[in-house]
Design a protein around this ligand. Structure first.
Ligand code: ADP
Length: 404
């Protein structure tokens, strides 16, 4: 199956972005509603305060009028006549204090601040709404709007993050499911092909008289098929053991150079002597505690890949070095290489780079996963680098050195 088929369907991305768009427009609508409502509320509060200002004017005017129309009954010459006298109003600071104590948001000022500020009846000043109170109300409103917008943004962000988390989880689950399906098809194919080929060779050997050269050639091909089967079954068993946490390793202090030479030469021989174009550059006196069989399987998997994913004539470099703390093994081929996009994924279980070229190459996508598991159990790390498709790749293993 091509990697492209493993991509999440475009519909899911469309749904995600549609929901994001709806949420964002809902948030925009909600914020504009908040702005409108808060403005209405503010206008209502100002209207109430204006009514209070009118009441303050009435209260002060009533006091003035009472003094103006006060009847002086004791000193009138004619009964029923109103005595005209110069009225004695209470001083302005006293009236101002009375107004401001009852209506704290109203101020008595010498000049009008707003065009509709009423003038006091004796024209000694104007009543206006306090500027600092209006300013404070405006600030409070702006703050409330920012708070509402912030809360809405956090909510939308939380929903989107949650959705994208679920979306990614679903995608990876789906991808794993598809890879698993692909894996079963590959394993079936991987088992059938060498078995079918072995059957043909056995029939040929028994049915015909063959010369020694032909026999040797058939033996080499049968060895190849058996190697493929052994590797596959070994990988499957080890993956099952790794899953069960029972990949039991026996660590032995080992000088790496001779062990690595034996593994690499053995693999080169099994793949067809010289077919890897092996170049071994192995530093001596480098010791580490390793499980020879398991780590050998890692090297074999890497060399098998260097063989599978490189056209002839191959050139494979295996090096061994140390940085004082770790032993460093590299396997470099000059084959197909790996694109930067695929690099982080090739150690995943069942993952295979899926263009038609690789599709024709046998494999299950388990080899590198197993390599990663085994190297991790050695308290080491395995990494891959590649300059890109067509430029080969380098696998680097680092495992702790063992003291002398
Ligand atoms: P398999 O080889 O069975 O497919 P692996 O786990 O060994 O599985 O490798 C995973 C994928 O990584 C391969 O399908 C291949 O696309 C890519 N790969 C591994 N080694 C190399 C290499 N040396 N050169 C290019 N691609 C590689």
């Amino acid at each position: 199956m091509k990697a492209a088929h493993l991509k999440p369907p475009a519909t899911e991305r469309l749904i995600f972005w549609s929901v994001a768009f709806i949420l964002l427009s809902q948030m925009g609508w909600w914020i504009s509603l908040q702005i409108r409502e808060s403005r209405n509320l503010q206008n209502a509060r100002i209207a109430t305060m204006r009514a209070g200002r009118a009441e303050a004017w009435q209260m002060d005017s009533a006091q003035i009028l009472r003094i103006v129309f006060q009847r002086d009954t004791g000193t009138t010459s004619r009964p029923g006549a109103v005595e005209a006298r110069v009225p004695q109003f209470p001083p302005l600071p006293v009236r101002k204090a009375a107004i401001e104590s009852r209506f704290p948001y109203v101020a008595v000022v010498p000049d009008p601040v707003e065009p509709d500020d009423p003038i006091l009846l004796d024209q000694s000043g104007y009543l206006t709404l306090r500027v600092e109170i209006l300013g404070a109300m405006e600030r409070e409103r702006t703050l409330a709007l920012w708070r509402a917008a912030g809360e809405a943004a956090v909510m939308v962000l939380a929903v989107l993050l949650g959705m994208s988390y679920i979306y990614r989880k679903l995608n990876s689950e789906m991808e794993l499911m598809l890879r698993q399906r692909n894996f079963i098809a590959s394993v079936t194919h991987e088992l059938k092909t060498p078995i079918a080929s072995l059957r043909v060779w056995i029939e040929t050997l028994f049915a015909r008289e063959l010369g020694p050269e032909r026999k040797a050639r058939i033996q080499m091909l049968m060895d190849g098929d058996l190697l493929r089967l052994t590797q596959l079954v070994g990988n499957l068993l080890d993956v099952a053991r790794a899953d069960a946490g029972s990949l039991d390793l026996q660590f032995e202090r080992t000088e790496l150079a001779p062990w690595l030479r034996e593994v690499a030469d053995g693999m080169d021989h099994r793949l067809g002597t010289g077919s890897l174009g092996l170049d071994l550059q192995l530093g001596i006196d480098i010791y580490a505690g390793i499980d020879r069989r398991a780590l050998g399987q890692v090297i074999e998997n890497l060399l098998s890949n260097a063989h599978k994913y490189a056209p002839e004539p191959r050139s494979t470099l295996v090096t061994l070095d140390s940085d004082g703390e770790k032993a460093i093994i590299t396997v470099t081929d000059r084959g197909n290489g790996i694109s930067p996009r695929e690099l982080p994924r090739i150690f995943q279980r069942f993952y295979r780079v899926g263009d038609e070229m690789t599709r024709q190459v046998p494999g299950t996508g388990l080899g590198l996963f197993l390599c990663w598991e085994i190297v991790t159990l050695h308290h080491g790390e395995i990494k891959v680098s590649s300059p890109g498709r067509g430029f080969g790749s380098t696998f680097t293993i680092r495992i702790p050195l063992s003291p002398r």
